[in-house]
Every structure is written in structure tokens, then in C-alpha cells.
Write a protein that binds this ligand. Structure first.
Ligand code: SIN
Length: 343
């Protein structure tokens, strides 16, 4: 029997896997490590050289070193195995064991993470990190366990920039443009607020959509714009730093709780160590992406003055009010206060 066949959590289509997983849980999954390494399939959608790609590889390396023969991690970058949407189902049904999904894409399941999409709520990654470490931030990790998603940690990508056919020094320049966005109602409202036309679309489709003109513009981090080559098919990037792109590192709670205690403890420690390492790397990876884009000469960079950025901030602020009932005015105020104290 191959290692893969021995793992009760990785076989077959989602429905079959769910049934097998339920059966395995009844029989006592703690016995699985006696039969061979526990397999953790970890699909994600970005390139290996991105903050998430590097973090996933580091996780695999450290598990290989510290849990050799007991746990085996298979990382599938660049949406090789599945899209983000499919990975949410795949995790819930036990087809994959670990994901690191953009917080924006959890909007399909819950409104609890919408806060992270509010434009200009967090001035920088330090502010986000402080909020994520606070009680409010940590509570989010376990907030969707009933959807079979248990958060273990947060990983940063970085702050988002606007790319498109022309410089966007003012929000007026965005009016009428079709913007690809992630699957988030807050991001949709953000683009509508500046007179753009938002198009929710999977990450893997963005390059072609820009190339064919199906969309005119997009928002993403420097590392994603570089590694997915969006800079080859858009003439300008305006450095707005208007929003945060980060990930929930999550497992299926049934899978996780059925692990032998010592393995779960070690994996928890590894995730924490890798998260600290990854979150320190992310700003540098984004800066390197920005520099390579500028060096390519394929995309023109527009940097905003503080006054121009303040105009953008003002123009997008009504999005906060639109979502304050759902997200909670208190939660928004708490996040804003944490952000300001981190400055
Ligand atoms: C990601 O960074 O995981 C993808 C973000 C996107 O869909 O734009």
C-alpha cells in the first residue's frame, strides 16, 4: 500500500473523502501514525516565490526536519491542485488538510473577516499584525470552526496597489474602469465607491482577463503583480497601499483534533515559528517585486503625495459606514485604534 493510500484523509473526491473521514474519526484517527506518515496536502494559488509560497515551503521543510517519517507535507502552488474556492470545500470535506486562503475570500462563508478589506483601515503591516495579535484578532481564528475551518495563524502578503491602463493619482481616474477584485462584498463596494465596475474573479484568471481586456484594472500586492506577471499586461501601477492582503492558515478541525497529541503540539509550534519567519519576510519580498517591475520597464509607477493619498482615503471612507452594521462599529473602532497605536 502506498503512503497516500494509507492516509485516511486524502483519498478520492470530496464526498467520498468526507465519508471516509467520518468513518476514520469513529474508528479513532489517532492510530493513523502507526500506519505511515500523515499526509498534509497544502494547495494554494500563488507562485512559489511569493510570501505565501515561501511560507508554505518553509512549513514543509521544517516538518520534514522535525517530524520525519511521521508527517509528510505536499505543497501545491500556483493553483496546480485547485482554486481558492475549491480549497474551502476541499478542506471542509477532508480532500486537503491545510490551506492559506486570502481573508477576503472567506466572505463566501462569513462576514467576520470583512474588516480586513476596509480601505485604509490599517496604515501598514505592523498595524495589521498588532490587530491580529489582539483578543479580537485571535478570536477570529476559531470563529468558523462550524464551517470545518480552524484557523491556526495569519500570514501576510502585503499592502495592495492599483494597476491599470493609466496612472490613478485621483479616484476620478478610476471611474468607468472594470476592476478585477477578489470575491468580497467589501471590495465590490470599494470599487463602486470610486465609480469603477467591480468584477469578482479567481486569481488564476486575472492575467488573461487583463491581456484580453475583459478587465481594465486590478488591485494586488507588488509580489503578486510581479510573480503573476500582471505588470506585463497593464501599463501603470499606482502605489496606493489602500488595503491589506493576508491569509488565514487553516486546517480541518476534525483532522486536527484526531492527530496524536504530540504531533499536534509539534505542528502548532512549527506553524507559529514559520508564521513569525514568514511575516518578517513579506515586506522584503514585496519590495523586491516592486523593484523588479520597475527594472522591467513594462509598467510605469505612479507614487502618490500624502495629499493625493488623503483624497483617496476620503473618497473610500463611506465604505466603512456601509459595512459598520455588519462588521460592528466597535470592531472597526478597535481595529483603527490598534492601527494608530502601532504607528
Ligand atoms: C493570493 O494572494 O492568494 C491571491 C490573491 C488574489 O486572488 O488576488
Amino acid at each position: 500500500m502506498t503512503t497516500r493510500n494509507k492516509s485516511m484523509f486524502t483519498i478520492g473526491k470530496a464526498g467520498a473523502a468526507a465519508m471516509i473521514c467520518a468513518l476514520a474519526l469513529l474508528m479513532g484517527c489517532e492510530k493513523q501514525s502507526a500506519d505511515g506518515p500523515i499526509l498534509i496536502k497544502f494547495p494554494h494559488v500563488t507562485a512559489p516565490a511569493t510570501p505565501k509560497g515561501q511560507a508554505a515551503e518553509r512549513f514543509k521543510q521544517v516538518v520534514d526536519e522535525r517530524l520525519a517519517g511521521r508527517v509528510m507535507v505536499e505543497v501545491y502552488p500556483s493553483a496546480q491542485l485547485m482554486s481558492d474556492d475549491d480549497s474551502l470545500d476541499g478542506l471542509a470535506f477532508g480532500e486537503v488538510q491545510m490551506i492559506a486562503i486570502s481573508l477576503s475570500k472567506l466572505d463566501r462563508l462569513t462576514h467576520k473577516f470583512q474588516l480586513f478589506d476596509l480601505p485604509f483601515l490599517f496604515p501598514d503591516l505592523q498595524a495589521v499584525e498588532k490587530f491580529q495579535a489582539s483578543d479580537n484578532g485571535q478570536e477570529l481564528l476559531t470563529s468558523i470552526v462550524d464551517r470545518k475551518i480552524l484557523g491556526l495563524s495569519f500570514w501576510h502578503n502585503g499592502m495592495k496597489q492599483f494597476g491599470g491602463p493609466k496612472p490613478m493619482r485621483t479616484p476620478e481616474a478610476a471611474a468607468g474602469l472594470k476592476f478585477r477584485i477578489m470575491e468580497s462584498d467589501v471590495l465590490q463596494a470599494q470599487i463602486l465607491q470610486i465609480g469603477g465596475n467591480p468584477q469578482k474573479m479567481a486569481f488564476g484568471e486575472v492575467y488573461q482577463a487583463l491581456q484580453t481586456g475583459a478587465v481594465d484594472a486590478q488591485e494586488n500586492t507588488w509580489s503578486n503583480i510581479y510573480s503573476s506577471k500582471f505588470y506585463e499586461v497593464q501599463a501603470h501601477v499606482t502605489e496606493t497601499n489602500h488595503g491589506y492582503l493576508g491569509y488565514l492558515v487553516a486546517v480541518n478541525p476534525d483532522f486536527w483534533n484526531a492527530l496524536p497529541d504530540d504531533i499536534r503540539v509539534e505542528l502548532t509550534a512549527i506553524v507559529q515559528e514559520v508564521s513569525a519567519w514568514a511575516n518578517e519576510q513579506s515586506a522584503g519580498i514585496n519590495l523586491a517585486g516592486k523593484e523588479k517591475i520597475i527594472a522591467s520597464g513594462r509598467t510605469e509607477l505612479t507614487e502618490l503625495t500624502p495629499e493625493e493619498r488623503a483624497v483617496w482615503q476620503q473618497a473610500m471612507r463611506p465604505v466603512w459606514e456601509k459595512f459598520s452594521d455588519v462588521i460592528g462599529a466597535d470592531a472597526i473602532a478597535a481595529a483603527e485604534a490598534v492601527g494608530q497605536s502601532a504607528e
